[in-house]
Design a protein around this ligand. Sequence first.
Ligand SMILES: *Cc1c(COP(=O)(O)O)cnc(C)c1O
Length: 373
Amino acid sequence: MDKAKYIGYRPTWAEVNLGNLQYNFQQIKRLLAPHTKIMACVKADAYGHGLVKVSRKLISCGVDYLGVASIDEGLCLRRERINAPILILGLLLEKDIGPLFDYNLTSTICTDDFAIFLNNAARKRKKIIKVHIKVDTGMGRLGILHKDALGFIKKIHKLKFLDIEGVFTHIACADINREFTLYQIKIFRDLLAQLKEAGIHIPLIHAANSLGVINYKESHFNMVRPGLVIYGLYPKRGLDINLKPVLALKTKVIYYKKVPHKYGISYGHTYVTKRKATIVTLPIGYGDGYPRNLSNRAPVLIRGRRFRISGRVCMDQMMVDVNDFPVKIGDEVVLIGFQGRKRITAEELAQLAGTIPYEIVCGLGNRIPRIYI
Ligand SMILES: *Cc1c(COP(=O)(O)O)cnc(C)c1O
């Protein structure tokens, strides 16, 4: 057996279309001024699409920076010899700064104590270390409160072993509140003006997530930080950008049988057949990150037709009543993606599950092999 090619025997997999990734990247690029840089958010295993493969492809497309959530994600990239600049968007504890130096990772800073600690560590190693300062303009998550930001940045600016490469903020309500979003951008802009006045030049300035990129040109500054749209998913409906979904989720009919009328299906018998019917079993469940609350709700595509999941999604399996439609063991089943002219999107599943497309793709587990095409 060729181990390099072995991707598992269970016929459940995700196809990741790197051509579509490139297409989306180019679509995003078209919305930007020529010199605006792109930091692609590849945290959470590139939103479930595979950190390393996706990052490599984006680098070949000309991405300027990669954004990850943790040191561990940064290390994962460095260990695969990915040399692009990497910003850790999350924070770390003082005891964990070693890899910043050893692997050339850029850290987010928003406290004095951490900045001073990092500066001292850098002095000891005789190395200047790059940081991006995070400012909270209304997200209430990470970042120095905007009214304290000027004083903070002036202080950090004096630390000889820290190089302030970037300053950034994050918008909180881009999908529902234009006025507040513009207010956040204004506060950030005011801070930038004050920095200029103070003679502090910071090369990279960024604020825009996917919705910022599409709907708020004011938020572009000289770098943007899209995530979701790179993967071809829409953060909300009605956006003026054409994207191609990168991920498709597929499985195969592993078993089917005829059952009588009024036959209960799956745990709790939340589905009962309305007539004699063929029940198909699919080898995927919530143990793979397929949401259990899609039970009796979500569609699947079999032989170019839409059917609905019947009864509860189990850990490793789920069932579909296909009435008397002829199926065969090994028939391909699409859970996300196209089959013939029919289609199921991650956005549709998210809506049915009462969540957002982010959670659908990030949730897909390690048990599902990713196949790159
Ligand atoms: C994840 C993340 C983004 C990307 O958000 P999308 O909505 O996926 O575009 C941008 N900035 C920060 C700080 C993030 O954590």
